[in-house]
Design a protein around this ligand. Structure first.
Ligand code: FAD
Ligand code: NAD
Length: 465
């Protein structure tokens, strides 16, 4: 096959890679992108989008189930709701398909050449791609590695049979009667709660002393309460030991050292993700590593000249919007623009029931950083819009410097708070002070008013509490 030469080669068409390629194309850079999967990477195909589709379906189903069981305060009643998970999955696949085509279209519009296959470095400037019709050699002046991440497998619980990763969980066509989730982090709780709402009996086995150890207890409390309402059993400080001999149960060592056997139709292992640093010829270019990730500087340059790395392969937080922001930045750097990583905050959202949102520093993190802080917390119980949505569980919390009121962090927990992430992120990036938020007219009635009230409360004069 004829060799291709290009200015920029992007390996991996996930949110990091495809955004880098689109922006490079827009800037007139002759760009090639390689992936053997449909464009969109983990996020679009087996991550963010499919999981949020399933979570939405679970939320809708849960609402009708609740209305069928007890008299709804809204006056809605119905009988016998049913779920056809195969249809739900087909609907989810339809969304993924539309977005796959959308990304392909955007790449073509930006005149990016797409090569389908697995890429492997021969040397720092040459990559070979095993395509369906033979080996394609690509020579590039600059390469961006955006190979993403993959689920971590537990040695005692290898994937296969009833033991599944998030990828298989997002393709189940029957609701498992008994689901055990190993790892109560992002994926475990997002999907575990969704399946509990679909009707599965769910048990969560978490090694740490609390679920979602990334967030403080004040933020996770409404989620823990909801887990209990959903009948989800949570075993903290527990270790998965392996499958039972018959393969129909998980053996667990509980916090007090006892052995427990939990009957299970499916065991979903969600104990983290690992960067994809093997299988593409890293040994040919000898990149410096930072632990298990590729080492990068503030411009996403690796230790090898002309090679950049972005996204999950470069470190935490492994989030799609971080990968996209890096991709956009690197494309501009390749085009000769002066850019470097200067973001003040990366929002993190856990799409549990209710949702958790955090941007910037939590009160504990701010205190650990030696800051004297003012904290304002406004509960949704005092917010009219939340009442009209039966969404009173949760709050917005603002953390600011005590001396000059510069906002250091904003968190929220509650139904639908993910949509507040734009306002929170903007406030941090723009260097807002408490007075800026308090002085901004927030539309009534919205849950966003809790943001303004939290700032007012930190200033000592909240109006509606
Ligand atoms: P990836 O999306 O992993 O893409 C890497 C691509 O590189 C893949 O398409 C792969 O096929 C390709 N590739 C690898 N090796 C090669 C090679 N040798 N040759 C060619 N191609 C190669 N993040 C959020 O921000 N919000 C969420 O709600 C969210 N939900 C998630 C839910 C689940 C279930 C999972 C698993 C993840 C979720 N994430 C979420 C994380 C998010 O998916 C990742 O952070 C994001 O996809 C990282 O983007 P990336 O471009 O670095 O890599
Ligand atoms: P995670 O790091 O969020 O959670 C893993 C959990 O497993 C932790 O609570 C950890 O203590 C626990 N754990 C680790 N080893 C264990 C063991 N042997 N037994 C029991 N528990 C164990 O990882 P994840 O849920 O697999 O998600 C991976 C990454 O994907 C996340 O870190 C995040 O970056 C990304 N993600 C993001 C979103 C989102 O933004 N909404 C959603 C899903 C995934």
């Amino acid at each position: 096959m004829k060799e291709i030469s290009c200015k920029l080669l992007v390996i991996g068409a996930g949110p990091g890679g495809y955004v880098a390629a689109i922006r490079a194309g827009q800037l007139g850079i002759d760009t090639v992108i390689v992936d053997d999967q449909k464009p969109g990477g983990t996020c679009l195909n087996v991550g963010c989008i499919p999981s949020k589709a399933l979570i939405h379906a679970a939320e809708e189903f849960d609402k009708v189930v609740r209305a069928s069981r007890a008299k709804s305060p809204l006056g809605i009643s119905l009988s016998d709701p049913a779920l056809d998970l195969a249809q739900t999955i087909a609907w989810k696949d339809g969304i993924v398909g539309r977005l796959n085509s959308g990304v392909s279209g955007l790449l073509k519009k930006a005149k990016v050449k797409i090569v389908e296959g697995r890429a492997r470095f021969r040397d720092g400037k040459t990559v070979e791609v095993a395509t369906e019709i033979g080996l394609q050699v690509i020579r590039a002046e600059t390469v961006i590695i955006a190979t993403g991440s993959a689920p971590v497998e537990l040695p005692a619980l290898p994937f296969g049979g009833p033991v599944i990763s998030s990828t298989e969980a997002l393709a189940l066509t029957k609701v498992p009667e008994r689901l055990v989730v190993v790892g109560g982090g992002y994926i475990g709780l997002e999907l575990g709660m969704a399946f509990a709402r679909f009707g599965s009996t769910v048990t969560v086995v978490e090694a740490e002393q609390k679920v979602l150890p990334l967030y403080d207890s004040e933020l996770t409390r409404p989620v823990v309460k909801r887990l209990s309402e959903l009948g989800v059993e949570v075993l903290t400080g527990a270790t998965a030991r392996g499958l039972s001999a018959k393969g129909d149960a998980l053996l667990v060592e509980t916090a007090d050292g006892a052995e427990k056997k939990i009957a299970a139709d499916k065991i979903l292992v969600t104990v983290g993700r690992k960067p994809v640093t093997e299988g593409w010829g890293r040994e040919e270019i000898e990149l410096d590593m930072a632990g298990r990730f590729i080492r990068i500087d503030e411009q996403c340059r690796t230790s090898m000249r002309g090679i950049y790395a972005i996204g999950d392969v470069t470190g935490e937080p492994m989030l799609a919007h971080r990968a996209m922001a890096q991709g956009e930045m690197v494309a501009e750097i390749v085009a000769g623009h002066k850019r470097s990583w200067d973001k003040r905050a990366i929002p993190a959202i856990c799409f549990t029931d209710p949702e958790i949102l955090s941007v910037g520093l939590s009160p504990d993190e701010a205190k650990k950083a030696g800051r004297e802080v003012k904290i304002g917390l406004f509960p949704f119980q005092a917010n009219g819009r939340a009442m009209t949505k039966l969404a009173e569980d949760g709050f917005v919390r603002v953390v600011a410097r005590a001396d000059n009121h510069l906002v250091l962090g904003i968190q929220a927990v509650g139904e639908g708070v993910s949509e507040l992430s734009a306002a929170f992120g903007l406030a941090l990036e723009m260097g807002a002070r408490l007075e800026d938020i308090a002085g901004t007219i927030h539309a009534h009635p919205t849950q966003g008013e809790a943001f303004q009230e939290a700032a007012l409360r930190a200033l000592g004069h909240a109006l509606h509490i």
